[in-house]
Ligand binder design. Structure first.
Ligand code: GRF
Length: 193
């Protein structure tokens, strides 16, 4: 069985979309794959509660308990490696990862970012897209490399920016498409593994 580990920091709606797709589309039967664990860096995050309710193993590695990025990433890797994952999916995981961590999971590490990369890496993507006058916005699933929000693009979803959109309205429109995009890209990868 190929194990998938999902890393989250917040509400975990992308994580839930992945869990639902895995069940609905029978990833276990079709791809021999299952979500083995959801790991968070924020104790008490809603997403961890939702994962536990869905019957998935959860763990917390709080970045606040560590003096630097290297020691946090080492502890996180120890927790991840317990599951021997074929894929590690960042889903709203709001930590910058060290080059050593990225190298350890090279070829197995994916992220979803709420912009049409290479436009708008980093934070506040929706506000920046509105201020730039973009007619379209969206989300990108990409392989993770040492440079933040870069790395080969595996899939994108595009939505319109409507006149008068607030950042929150645009974010909601993009997020609903993230929930379709991420499972689709992961299923496509699993079908080739
Ligand atoms: C998503 O917009 C994701 O692209 C970004 O953070 C948000 C996480 O939302 N990196 P959720 O925790 O999956 O609900």
């Amino acid at each position: 069985m190929k194990h998938i580990v999902i890393l989250i920091s917040g509400g975990g709606s992308n994580m839930l979309a992945l869990l639902r797709a895995a069940q609905r589309d029978e990833w276990a039967t079709r791809f021999g794959a299952r979500v083995a664990a959801v790991i968070g860096n924020v104790p008490g995050a809603l997403g961890l509660k939702r994962a536990a309710e869905a019957g998935v193993a959860t763990a917390v590695v709080s970045h606040k308990a560590f003096a630097d990025r290297e020691s946090f990433d080492a502890a996180l890797a120890t927790e991840i490696d317990r599951h021997q994952p074929a894929l590690v999916l960042l889903a709203g995981f709001m930590r910058i990862l060290t080059p050593g961590f990225v190298a350890r999971y090279e070829g197995r590490l994916l992220n979803i970012h709420p912009s049409l990369l290479p436009a708008f890496p980093g934070l506040n993507t929706h506000q920046r897209a509105i201020e730039a006058g973009c007619a379209a916005a969206g989300a990108t699933v990409h392989r993770v490399t040492a440079e933040l929000d870069h790395g080969p693009i595996l899939g994108q979803a595009v939505v319109p920016v409507l006149s008068g959109d607030t950042a929150d309205q645009l974010a909601a429109r993009v997020l609903s498409q993230e929930h379709v995009l991420y499972p689709r890209v992961v299923a496509d990868l699993l079908s080739k593994m």
